[in-house]
Write a protein of this length. Structure first.
Length: 567
């Protein structure tokens, strides 16, 4: 406990001790002989009770306060054992208890007895409850068998029961009418003080929660604005998992996007405090994750699956109170999982899998709801990034063939050459042209020519690697960028492509028979054939022109224009 917080309690306790001592001295002086003395005594007692009320208002219902109360009671009354209870519940929902003096009953046994006192769970009637006196074996709970006189004092107000006191002694004076009356007055004032403190604590708790909620929402807003700054989908997804790990209370976060065509969840991004080689499968069948999306595991709009659930122990897996939809108290187990679906309307976009709670505890309902608010912003960012990439894709694609357009080719070639200049690795450029394409358009019309162009791009895409670039340079001419590729390696790929095209028959609905075509290809490599982009394109064009002059259906390299390879 903070020493600065203890100081007021200690000061108040000293004041209580002094006031009660004065009160006791008044009791011991006996009954006054005259009316004036009787009035003075009553006035002094009222003043004493008022001071006790003020003093106890400063005391909290914790063990230190009740221990000080016991000391003051023992100084003025024949009290030898005390059990005190405050119904100012702790976070786990249990009342606080204090045992003091000659108590031999264990705390667990006392708490078990307390749990069975159902009449203490609700408010009393407005009328004050009388102290209950028990002796010997008739006591409901025995603090000390050697102390056979017990006084049970509910600490209640007209609104609620704030707690209770159980006092024991071996002196019958504890149960005398005058002592009971004075203890009742004292108990009433303590009850009011406890209720007041409990109300102030509840208000403080509510204010703290509202403040925490406001700070969380502000943090989510800032994180959402950061996501909006990312345009590409990959950057958005990385930003989502990084934000959850750094700001929303989980050390490990994995984001899966739902692939409707394959009915699978595909892992797209992961953030973990410590690197690990065990990240799970890159693709997970939908059912493997969606099987946890049931009412049994629901927590708000998410799904909390404890390690007991995952182990199949359905009898003991009640980590969540299903009635309140809140996690029960407990530590986060390394096999616990929290799934947060990413949805847009009724469409499943993906799922956030969060593990390893930063607090080490099962997340609260408020924590999960904050995560869900952020998840909604994440879905919006994902959809915006997808729309942006689709727009970007359309802007760099040829509308007819879906190959990259000329502008994209120029930008891509410049970037690749810059990268290869730094690495010193080779790059090869291929220029490809359809032989006699003008005759196809003249004889059969442009719609047939369009079918041929689209079919050619299909063959080119199948023949090259994912890292290679297929672009429409203009008309029936195409460009192929082969990064990290020597002239000899590109020659093998280009030759395979040329043969595949020559062997394919293009089926056109408007023609009675399939149509065959051939292509000519020219290759030039950086840096062996050309040191710059402009020279590289020129050298590849020259090789292509030589292939055309050499009878078409040919492949020529810039490094050996004289060594024509014809077929």
């Amino acid at each position: 406990m903070n020493p600065t917080a203890v100081a007021p309690y200690a000061l108040a306790a000293l004041l209580v001790a002094a006031v009660v001592a004065a009160f006791v001295r008044l009791r011991r002086r006996g009954r006054p002989r005259g009316p004036e003395q009787e009035l003075a005594r009553a006035t002094r007692e009222l003043r004493t009770l008022r001071e006790i009320s003020v003093a106890f208002s400063a005391l909290g219902p914790d063990r230190e306060a009740f221990m000080r109360l016991f000391e003051t009671l023992r100084a003025g009354f024949p009290v030898r054992a005390l059990a005190a209870v405050s119904y100012d519940e702790d976070p786990e929902g249990f009342p606080s208890t204090t045992l003091a003096g000659e108590v031999v009953l264990s705390r667990p046994d006392f708490q078990d007895w307390l749990a069975g006192q159902r009449d203490l769970e609700g408010p009393f009637l407005p009328a004050a409850a009388e102290p209950r006196v028990s002796r010997g074996a008739r006591r409901d709970v025995v603090l000390n068998p050697r102390l056979d006189v017990q006084v049970f004092l509910p600490l209640q107000t007209p609104a609620v029961i704030a707690g209770l006191l159980v006092l024991e002694s071996d002196d019958p004076e504890l149960a005398s009418p005058r002592t009971l009356q004075e203890l009742s007055v004292l108990a009433d004032h303590v009850a009011i003080s406890l209720q007041d403190r409990n109300l102030r604590r509840q208000m403080q708790t509510v204010n703290d929660r509202l403040q925490s909620r406001a700070e969380t929402l502000q943090r989510i807003l800032e994180l959402s604005n950061e996501l909006k700054a990312h345009l590409t989908l990959s950057h958005v997804l990385e930003g989502v998992v990084r934000a959850v790990r750094q700001s929303l209370g989980f050390r490990t976060t994995t984001l899966y996007l739902y692939d409707r065509n394959g009915n699978t969840f595909e892992r797209k991004a992961r953030a973990a405090e410590a690197p690990t080689t065990d990240e799970g499968a890159a693709r997970v069948p939908r059912e493997e994750i969606a099987r946890w999306f049931s009412e049994r595991y629901r927590l708000s709009k998410s799904y909390f699956v404890s390690h007991l659930d995952r182990a199949g122990d359905s009898e003991t897996s009640g980590r969540i109170d299903r009635r309140r939809r809140t996690p029960g108290p407990g530590s986060w187990h390394r096999e616990d999982r929290l799934y947060v679906p990413l949805t847009a309307g009724d469409q499943l976009v993906g799922v956030l899998l969060v593990e390893d709670s930063a607090t080490g505890q099962v997340p609260s309902l408020a924590d999960v709801q904050a995560l869900e608010i952020f998840a909604n912003h994440a879905v919006s960012a994902i959809q915006s990034a997808r729309a942006y990439e689709t727009t970007q894709e359309l802007s760099v694609r040829d509308a007819l063939t879906e190959a990259f357009n000329h502008r994209y080719f120029q930008e891509a070639l410049s970037k690749e050459l810059t990268r290869h200049e730094r690495s010193g690795h080779p790059l090869t450029l291929g220029m490809l042209d359809i032989d006699d394409f003008k005759k196809i358009n003249d004889l059969f019309g442009h719609p047939v020519g369009d079918v041929v162009l689209k079919g050619l791009v299909e063959e080119m895409t199948r023949s090259v690697r994912e890292m290679d670039t297929v672009a429409r340079y203009g008309g029936e001419e195409f460009a192929l960028i082969f990064p990290e590729t020597t002239n000899e390696q590109a020659l093998l790929v280009a030759d395979r492509l040329r043969r595949r095209v020559a062997s394919r028959l293009f089926s056109v609905p408007s023609l009675p028979h399939p149509l065959g075509i051939t292509v000519s290809i020219g290759l030039a490599s950086y840096p062996d054939d050309a040191p710059t982009k402009r020279v590289l394109v020129e050298r590849a064009d020259q090789a292509l022109y030589q292939a055309k002059r050499s009878g078409k259906n040919c492949l020529v390299t810039a490094s050996s224009l004289a060594d024509l390879k014809t077929f």
